[in-house]
Design a protein around this ligand. Structure first.
Ligand code: KG4
Ligand code: ZN
Length: 329
């Protein structure tokens, strides 16, 4: 039995998790920082400070929930990129401290691959090669993934990430932060009848959301506050549909042109119900397994790092104390 403590502090979630044998989540404690709400977006410096304040309590809670002591873990892991450098440092330094004090091997993980690993934590067994769409606040990319979770990127956004598009459009509609879940909620019962928001057609398997964002801005500029208030559900539903349509269309094109045994989604935006159902509808019956992660494993959480670390642990792929954080892949 292998027990790994995972730590995640790449953005505005402080999280610690214990995962057994890379598959069984014994605890997964996630604290989302509320401090950013009044700013309408994550403030990096505040994020680092919040991680410092809560990381030890979160780790203790995760150990307590799992019913183990720190000395019983086999390794400690931390996400070391991509993400906010100051925030990542808190998680990595904490993991290094535990590694030194308890003489445990240190493992560092990539945040994006962690998201994809959420599908293994959910479904327990996956078929490879797998086409995976990672959609978060920082990423919108398509990968071909092999059984060791080596990834080959075949497409990416040329500008904003899908989560960023959700967040920025929500802000324009004065919906609360974080924008993705707020816009999804506002779209409930709405009719996506405003076909004014363009879908970008990028070469290959790339995405683009900046045109959509600009068209929403221009569209709303012309409208009265009353109109916006009375049509908030239809406007939100139209924006959501435009984002989901592009994600599905590009993924479908990539799927048709690659020999894969499965197709999956991952990352914060994969919590979106419309995306989840359109994704399943599009790919079911297409001679490949279709994987959607469990809802709570979509947004940032440390089980993704603790789980993925098991693969590295089995391959003796450890980090030494000189390892650093990085902001971009
Ligand atoms: O993966 P994640 O938790 O953090 C990053 O790695 O960025 O993703 C956060 C992003 C945010 O942009 C958030 O608005 C979006 O995921 N998101 C959603 C939903 N839940 C989170 N977007 C649309 N619908 C949702 N239900
Ligand atoms: Zn993420």
């Amino acid at each position: 039995m292998t027990l790994i403590l995972g730590i995640e502090t790449s953005c505005d979630e402080t999280s610690a998790s214990i995962v057994k044998d890379g598959i069984e989540i014994l605890s997964n404690v996630v604290k989302t920082q509320a401090i950013h709400q009044s700013f309408g977006g994550v403030v990096p410096d505040l994020s680092s400070r919040e991680h410092v304040k809560f990381i030890y309590d979160i780790i203790n809670e995760s150990l307590k929930t799992a019913g183990i002591y720190l000395k019983e873990i086999d390794a400690v892991s931390s996400v070391n990129g991509p993400g906010l450098v100051g925030s990542l440092m808190i998680g990595l330094m904490t993991a290094k401290g535990i590694s030194i004090r308890y003489k445990k091997p240190l493992i560092t993980t990539n945040h994006v691959i962690g998201h994809i690993y959420g599908n293994l934590l959910t479904h327990k067994k996956l078929e490879f090669p797998m086409l995976s769409l990672v959609v978060s606040g920082g990423h919108t990319s398509l990968y071909i993934v092999d059984k060791e979770f080596n990834v080959k990127q075949i497409g990416q956004t040329r500008d904003d990430a899908a989560g960023e598009a959700f967040d920025k459009c929500a802000k324009m509609l004065s919906l609360p932060y974080p924008g993705g879940p707020s816009l999804e909620k506002a779209a409930l019962g709405g009719n996506p009848k405003f076909h004014i928001f363009p879908r970008a057609h990028m070469p290959g398997f790339d995405f683009s959301f900046s045109g959509l964002k600009t068209s929403v801005l221009y569209y709303l500029r012309e409208k009265s506050d009353d109109f916006k208030k009375n049509n908030i559900a239809d406007i939100s539903a139209s924006i959501q549909s435009a984002i989901v349509r592009q994600l599905i269309a590009v993924t479908k094109r990539a799927f048709d042109e690659h020999e894969v045994k499965s197709v999956s989604i991952a990352g914060g935006v994969s919590a979106n119900k419309q995306l989840r159902s359109e994704f399943e509808k599009t790919f079911t019956g297409k001679n490949a397994k279709v994987y959607v992660p469990e809802f709570i494993l979509c947004t940032d959480n440390a089980a993704l790092s603790a789980g993925y670390s098991y693969m590295k642990y089995m391959n003796n792929d450890f980090s030494d104390l000189s390892v650093n954080v990085y902001s971009r892949t």
